[in-house]
Write a protein that binds this ligand. Structure first.
Ligand code: ADP
Length: 161
């Protein structure tokens, strides 16, 4: 039987418990989940692509059907290259819907076979975003309830530089 592969794209700057919640749910339904960091040179990031990939790898260590990658360019081209047509996205509050709806519709215009599958995180993570983590980190707050230990460590290391 054909393997059901899905791509979960995002900035993951940095990965949070919200992202990990979505990955866990997707990994139960798909045979393989490729978590892929989107390389966007025009956007300012807290962590480099390499750092974000490394943190995801650490946070997902031991998960047999999840791999971590990065990509540049159009998502539809990347998805085709990975021989799938399924994209995973997370939906937090209603506020995510308009943006996600637009991206999903545009991707479908570019590649009619693409399907975007949305997962809802547990309620406690539905208000969590990477930007909230970056803001708290900026003011030296405690992010240990929001991100995995490898990210807490990386934030501390960045601060001590
Ligand atoms: P992007 O810049 O592509 O939005 P993010 O890393 O911010 O990248 O998010 C990637 C995906 O994960 C998006 O679909 C986003 O809605 C979802 N996501 C982010 N944080 C959470 C969370 N706390 N719960 C559920 N989904 C989330």
């Amino acid at each position: 039987m054909k393997k059901r592969i899905a791509v979960y794209p995002g900035s993951f700057d940095p990965v949070t418990f919200g992202h990990l919640d979505i990955i866990g749910r997707a990994a139960k339904i798909f045979d393989h989940v490729i978590v892929s960091v989107f390389v966007h040179s025009g956007k300012k990031h807290l962590f480099s692509v390499e750092e974000r990939v490394e943190m995801l790898r650490r946070a997902l260590k031991g998960r047999k059907n999840v791999s971590v990658d990065c990509f540049e360019g159009l998502l539809v081209d990347y998805v085709k290259k990975k021989k799938t047509d399924v994209v995973i996205r997370g939906l937090r509050a209603i506020s995510d819907l308009e943006y996600e709806f637009q991206i999903a519709a545009v991707n479908r215009t570019l590649y009619r076979h693409i399907e975007t599958v949305f997962f809802m995180p547990r309620v406690r993570y539905s208000y969590l975003s990477s930007s909230v983590v970056r803001d708290i980190a900026h003011f030296k707050g405690d992010v240990s309830k929001l991100v995995p230990p490898c990210v807490v460590k990386a934030i501390k290391a960045g601060r001590d530089k």
